[in-house]
Design a protein around this ligand. Structure first.
Ligand code: ADP
Ligand code: MG
Length: 697
């Protein structure tokens, strides 16, 4: 039996309905105003809220509270729990939780990546309550979403710049609305609906794979006889064990006020997707981290392991996170909605032109924000977008842009039409004006853009910092150009056409997976960074620094720190992978093969002694031994190269060394090992194979 969603939804969230009942009316009003309009919360008000929160939390069985935050690059929430315990008076304690506890925390920040922004001797970091994201209870602990910064005020997390970017796009967006005569809009919300892909495998098998344990992906493994080539997994009926897991996960997430809506089997065997209904960006960010956390924990309870890595298995699809993004006024006008007559919707056309300009200018920054080390294996592969950023607009909007570019304005629009199945009993359906293009990294889907490049294990925060900042910049420029124009209608038309002409190269409606596209993209001058390592330096490009500093989102020092952290992160991940391969080769693979060669040698002798021809046995022994020798050489080589790389001082040079030479040495070790796996008997291979992992649940 399922649950009644209406009854359980938000059970563990200190949401509006709880506040309304538990806070004095005037305080409730004040909190609501602060949530929507910002401003400073007084300690008195914080005390009242904290008291109500504490009572509510105690009734729900909470013993602890924590500020939860997202240190830059670490994509799980960081949390340090404090209990409600106070100093005993006459042997008795009282549960305490004050306004100050709610407002501010001071975790020791020295052990989080800081890229040189902070030394261990100046370790202080502060967390501050993000009043716009709801407080909730999980595992007997009251969670308070927060922003995190250093003693000197530099942001050390993803949340802070995201909130600033949301503020910037709202402010510039309101300016833009005013240009069009709108007097009522007070803010622009940036919404996100992240679709989360993941793999599930059996936990017992997982525990036999050190590569999955340490690096989240398989570092060895031959492709099984069957992969995804039959297209029989996508949307297929859900395996009962997986369904039980999903049911459990959904209830937990609903209780936390997360609107998980869709779930289905994905393209690769063992791969699935879950998506909530879209929400305001910072809440979507917090919620997505919770989704990732509970995916992992719930899987464990079901004897499963959830792999969030972008490419856990070679040869089949990897996982991504589609960031569906839109900008909407507080009156509910979606700026990306073309409406019934897009040819006459000048606001939409200008917003679209601004988006084209923004995506074109900050393409590498977008590519970087969506990336992590794991995504290097995915971008450009099956079902993943290529590493080149381009925009898909579809027939209808693509045609509007073509008309504007050609004639300075659009006069007609292609209609979507009616879909007629040709069977009387089936309804006739109105079609969407755009088809889907699965090969585009940045696709217009009718009322939003779907940015499909984001890494499955990444935070969506970085992506939405870029999206909202680049739009703030483009809106600001448009307002600067158009405010005070004598003939506004004419000026808008000209400005829109100018931007569309200048940035036409970013639109690509064709097949992003085709071999011709990179060639064509190069002709157009579009950047194509194959690795995150090539994209990182863009953080300090003049265009990046200028944009972030203009809107006070990130300072140059913060960007420098982020660059440093990303290089170190890349090298760190590759180093773990290399060491894991060496370890597995030395401790598992080589011993198993040595044992097998002994068995084969014994067989050869025994067969010969029996007076029979042992050619086949000898051949197998010789094949296996020669692969074993290749493995031995490759292990030694990988060890040496990794050693050299890890000793490099400069982080960028170090990352490059890992990307080029260490990765090549890893591939050299993997090749003979995978070849051996194919020819060795199943019972002597020392770990579960791809087939065992992805087909047997
Ligand atoms: P798809 O068919 O693309 O796989 P899904 O239903 O899996 O679509 O996910 C689409 C996501 O886009 C959902 O999270 C949905 O709530 C979100 N979404 C829908 N409309 C908007 C919008 N205007 N702004 C942002 N996200 C949206
Ligand atoms: Mg989907």
């Amino acid at each position: 039996m399922g649950v009644n969603i209406e009854k359980v939804f938000g059970e563990y969230v200190f949401d509006d309905s709880v506040m309304k009942v538990r806070l004095p009316k005037s305080d409730y009003e004040k909190v609501k105003t602060l949530m929507h309009e910002g401003g400073e919360i007084t300690e008195e008000l914080a005390d009242v809220v904290a008291q109500a929160m504490k009572e509510w939390a105690l009734e729900k069985g909470a013993t602890h509270f924590t500020h939860v935050f997202q240190p830059y690059v670490i994509t799980v929430g960081a949390e340090k729990h404090d209990s409600f315990v106070s100093v005993p008076q006459d042997g008795k304690i009282e549960n305490t939780f004050t306004g100050k506890d709610l407002l501010m925390g001071e975790p020791d920040a020295s052990s989080f990546p800081s890229g040189g922004l902070r030394a261990t001797c100046s370790a202080r970091g502060y967390t501050a309550w993000d009043i716009t994201s709801p407080v909730y209870i999980k595992e007997n602990t009251l969670y308070i979403p927060t922003a995190f910064c250093s003693y000197t005020g530099e942001s050390l997390d993803t949340k802070t710049p995201l909130l600033k970017a949301m503020h910037a796009v709202s402010k510039q967006g309101v300016r833009l609305m005013r240009l069009f005569g709108d007097e009522t809009t007070r803010r622009i919300y940036s919404y996100v609906g992240p679709e989360q892909e993941y793999f599930l495998i059996d936990r017992e098998k997982y525990l036999k794979r050190p590569d999955l344990i340490y690096s989240g992906r398989t570092l060895f493994g031959a492709v099984p006889p069957k992969g995804q080539e039959m297209d029989d997994q996508y949307f297929s009926s859900i395996n009962p064990r997986v369904k039980a897991f999903m049911d459990d996960l959904n209830v937990k997430l609903w209780k936390l006020g997360i609107t998980v809506k869709t779930q289905h089997c994905e393209v690769a065997p063992g791969q699935y997707e879950v998506a909530p209904i879209f929400s305001v960006s910072n809440v979507a960010l917090d919620n997505n981290l919770l989704v990732m956390d509970l995916l992992k924990k719930t899987a464990q309870e079901h004897g499963l392991v959830c792999l969030l890595h972008e490419k856990p298995f070679d040869g089949i699809n990897g996982s991504g996170k589609h960031n569906n993004w839109s900008l909407t006024t507080d009156d509910g006008i979606n700026l990306f909605k073309p409406g019934k007559e897009p040819e006459n919707n000048k606001l939409f056309q200008l917003v679209l032109a601004c988006t084209m300009a923004a995506v074109d200018r900050h393409a590498v920054l977008l590519r970087l924000a969506a990336s992590n080390t794991g995504n290097d294996h995915r971008l450009g592969a099956n079902e993943a977008p290529p590493a080149i950023i381009s925009m898909y607009l579809g027939d209808q909007i693509g045609d509007i842009v073509d008309q504007i570019i050609k004639n300075g304005k659009a006069t007609t629009s292609l209609s979507s039409g009616i879909l007629d199945f040709g069977i009387k009993k089936l309804p006739k359906l109105e079609k969407d004006p755009t088809d889907r293009n699965r090969t585009s990294p940045f696709a217009f889907t009718g009322n939003r853009f779907e940015f499909r490049m984001v890494a499955s294990s990444n935070t969506i925060g970085e992506t939405n910092i870029v999206l909202n900042s680049m739009m703030a910049e483009a809106f600001c420029e448009a307002c600067d150009a158009l405010e005070g124009a004598d003939d506004f209608d004419k000026a808008v038309e000209e400005y829109t056409a100018k931007l569309m002409r200048e940035h036409a190269r970013i639109v690509f409606n064709g097949n992003g997976y085709s071999e011709e596209w990179p060639v064509e993209a190069e002709k157009r001058g579009l950047p194509n960074c194959h690795s995150i390592v090539d994209a990182i330096p863009t953080l300090l490009d003049e265009s990046t620094v200028k944009m972030y500093e203009k809107f006070n989102i990130l300072s140059k020092a913060e960007l420098e720190a982020r660059k440093e952290i990303l290089f170190e992160q890349y090298a760190g991940v590759r180093n773990i992978e290399a060491l894991t391969m060496v370890d597995m080769a030395n401790k598992m693979i080589i011993p198993a093969v040595v044992k097998y060669t002994k068995k084969l040698a014994d067989t050869v002798i025994a067969v010969k002694e029996a007076g029979v021809d042992a050619t086949v046995q000898t051949e197998i022994l010789s094949d296996v031994s020669s692969k074993l020798s290749e493995i031995k050489t490759a292990v030694k080589n990988l060890e040496e190269i990794t050693d050299t790389a890890s000793a490099i001082e400069d982080s960028q040079t170090m990352a490059q060394e890992y990307k080029n030479n260490v990765m090549a040495a890893m591939a050299e070790l993997r090749k003979p090992t995978d070849e051996l796996e194919v020819i060795m008997p199943k019972d002597v291979w020392p770990m579960p194979t791809y087939g065992d992992l992805i087909f047997e649940l």
